[in-house]
Design a protein around this ligand. Structure first.
Ligand SMILES: Nc1ncnc2c1ncn2[C@@H]1O[C@H](COP(=O)(O)OP(=O)(O)OP(=O)(O)O)[C@@H](O)[C@H]1O
Ligand SMILES: [Mg+2]
Length: 250
């Protein structure tokens, strides 16, 4: 392998960093699930075997078997509780909030977003924003994570159609006195009706190497800010993903 050329290509570095983030998110999730489920599943198997022995004899031991069934059901409920604990990892509580101007939050992330553009051999445009937008009280890094996930998806979708058009992604901010809305437009093929309902489900992915956590974690973050997130198809082609954050009280 030629280390020199790999180090010289910023797109390649970004690829490697994203791969590490992807693997560690998945590894953490997998070990969490294994930790919560191994113990109850082992106990259920042991109890089930014991129950089978109690019933599978000329004089079945009904009372102890009944007890074993209760144990099995308890262990299964315990496993359900474990799964709820894992799901709660997605219910993110914002802790640190600062009052920010959304265009500044985007501008600060621009160099990183430009790397996504470079990697996709595409173009990123950040449209000039209207004057007089209110500020938003946010956990800045978390909201930047959402922006990153949306722009990454936008380039992924646009690259799939790159034979027809150069990958183009545009970010725009609009709003009124109540809320600020950030939009990410892509030049992809849009979203087929079959998958529209599932996009935000954890682990839903149509990509060979996707985690399916980008949109799920984004929704958790935006909803923890009392905001909303969604998407719509654009009239010609591609889609627009947007999130809306409530304005700071003034
Ligand atoms: N802009 C988009 N255009 C078309 N489809 C999209 C777009 N954004 C997301 N999707 C669809 O939603 C799915 C889920 O997206 P999500 O970001 O949660 O996971 P992912 O992109 O597949 O994986 P990862 O974020 O780990 O790379 C994608 O696999 C893709 O099918
Ligand atoms: Mg994604």
């Amino acid at each position: 392998m030629n280390h020199k050329s790999a180090a010289a290509e910023p797109g390649a570095i970004l690829n490697q960093l994203m791969e590490i983030a992807r693997i560690s998110a998945l590894a953490e999730m997998a070990s969490g699930i294994a930790h919560e489920l191994n113990q109850p599943l082992g106990a259920i198997a042991t109890f089930a075997q014991a129950g089978e022995r109690m019933l599978n004899r000329p004089d079945p031991l009904l009372a102890p078997a009944l007890d074993v069934f209760r144990q099995i059901s308890q262990e299964a409920l315990g496993a359900g509780e474990g799964i709820r604990r894992i799901r709660s990892l997605f219910e993110y509580e914002p802790t640190t909030r600062e009052t920010c101007r959304m265009p500044d939050v985007i501008e600060e992330l621009r160099p990183v977003l430009e790397m996504l553009a470079l990697r996709a051999h595409g173009a990123l445009e950040i449209t000039a924003t209207q004057a007089g937008l209110p500020e938003v009280p946010i956990d800045r890094l978390k909201v930047q994570h959402v922006l990153f996930a949306l722009v990454q998806n936008a380039f992924d979708a646009s690259v799939e159609r790159a034979a027809e058009a150069q990958p183009r992604v545009r970010i725009a901010v609009s709003g009124d006195r109540y809320a600020v809305e950030t939009s990410v437009f892509d030049s992809g093929a849009g979203i087929t009706p079959q998958i529209r309902e599932q996009l935000f489900r954890p682990f839903f992915t149509t990509k060979a190497r996707g985690t399916g956590l980008g949109l799920a974690s984004s929704r958790a973050i935006i909803e923890a800010h009392e905001g909303t997130i969604g998407f719509e198809l654009q009239p010609q082609s591609g889609s627009r993903f947007w999130f809306r954050l409530p304005a700071a009280a003034n």
